[in-house]
Design a protein around this ligand. Structure first.
Ligand SMILES: Cc1cc2nc3c(=O)[nH]c(=O)nc-3n(C[C@H](O)[C@H](O)[C@H](O)COP(=O)(O)OP(=O)(O)OC[C@H]3O[C@@H](n4cnc5c(N)ncnc54)[C@H](O)[C@@H]3O)c2cc1C
Length: 298
């Protein structure tokens, strides 16, 4: 495809970025870190007349206020990994960022906001921020609005962002008291994930599960949150309980996602095992947090 010339702008604020996008809503393209979109521009798959680069828009802060952490959309994976706030309060996000492939270039350039805004089913971050119950702060012509992350994901590689809107930051409640686990199934070390699972688990003093969150990625067009309340809550999360949870997770995959990496049938088939691995990690971590014996199996 032909690469056409375009104007380039690096606005100094989110409001300036929105003003530029508003002037050319159907012909402008936002760049975060560019790890995805620069390839599309280079190949001529995307032919904007204006490219709006967010690198100077001041969207790279990580702020901790009470129980809430605000993570700027332009935070790179390296910034997440280097942040003590993320390591302490959002260890699930920290763990998932540590598993991003592509080497230093992707860690230093790829952004959380870019991954979320791209909404690719095979990316790590959409399911992780869904499991964390994030809220997306969006800047647009009417000012800022905040939506639940589940409202942002509209389909495979589609979000509810308007043409003149940008993702500003994610707001996430601290999950430091919860056990966390993340597992992804891949063809090889550097390939994209086929199926992912992000889990958070709370245990009471007796070691009984008191809360659980599980979100699958890659198996459907958007992150798939599984209600495991009736399966795990009030029960010791032993191997039998985890197997039941895996079965329920598999049964929830009604419209599996297919692409060149893997068929929907394959994704649906592996979903239970991927779910169990993330849940097991989360349970083991929750036991360590509670001072119970780690690695207990029955
Ligand atoms: C070699 C390689 C390895 C990779 N490995 C992984 C991996 O292990 N896990 C993984 O999940 N992903 C991986 N990726 C995919 C991807 O590049 C990253 O997930 C990255 O985080 C995308 O962020 P970015 O800022 O570079 O996005 P960009 O390329 O800048 O943008 C992606 C899309 O989001 C839009 N956008 C960006 N920021 C905003 C914003 N703030 N508001 C509104 N729209 C916005 C852009 O217009 C574009 O449509 C890899 C990519 C490569 C090339």
């Amino acid at each position: 495809m032909t690469v056409l010339p375009f104007e380039y702008a690096a606005p100094a604020s989110a409001a300036d970025a929105v003003a530029l996008l508003r002037a050319e809503p159907d012909a402008a393209r936002v760049i975060g870190g560019g790890t995805w979109v620069v390839g599309e521009l280079h190949r001529g798959e995307s032919q904007p007349t204006l490219v709006v680069d967010l690198r100077r828009a001041g969207l790279d802060a990580i702020e901790h206020d009470g129980d809430t952490v605000g993570v700027g959309a332009m935070c790179t994976y390296s910034a997440l990994l280097d942040s003590g706030v993320v390591a302490t309060h959002l260890p699930l996000l920290h763990l998932a960022a540590g598993g991003v492939t592509g080497g230093r270039q992707i860690l230093n350039q790829g952004t959380l906001g870019g991954s979320v805004a791209a909404a690719h089913p095979h990316s790590d971050m959409p399911a992780v921020v869904t499991a964390l119950g994030a809220r997306a702060v969006i800047a647009g012509p009417g000012g800022e609005r905040t939506v639940a992350i589940t409202e942002l994901f509209a389909g495979p590689s589609r979000t509810g962002l308007g043409p003149a809107e940008i993702l500003v930051r994610l707001e996430v409640s601290s999950s430091r008291a919860l056990g966390h686990g993340y597992y992804k199934l891949k063809h090889g070390g550097s390939s994209s994930p086929i199926a992912t699972a992000a889990a958070l688990v709370a245990l009471d003093a007796a070691g009984t599960c008191s809360a659980v969150t599980l979100t699958l990625g890659g198996v459907a067009g958007t992150p798939l949150s599984i209600d495991l309340t009736g399966v795990l809550v009030g029960r010791e999360p032993d191997e039998a309980a985890l197997a039941d949870a895996g079965r329920v997770a598999g049964q929830a995959v009604h419209a599996p996602f297919s692409d060149l990496l893997a068929s929907g049938t394959y994704r649906a088939a592996v979903a239970p095992a991927v779910a169990v691995r993330a849940l097991r990690m989360a349970v083991d971590h929750a036991r360590r947090l509670a001072g119970h014996d780690s690695g207990r199996r029955s």
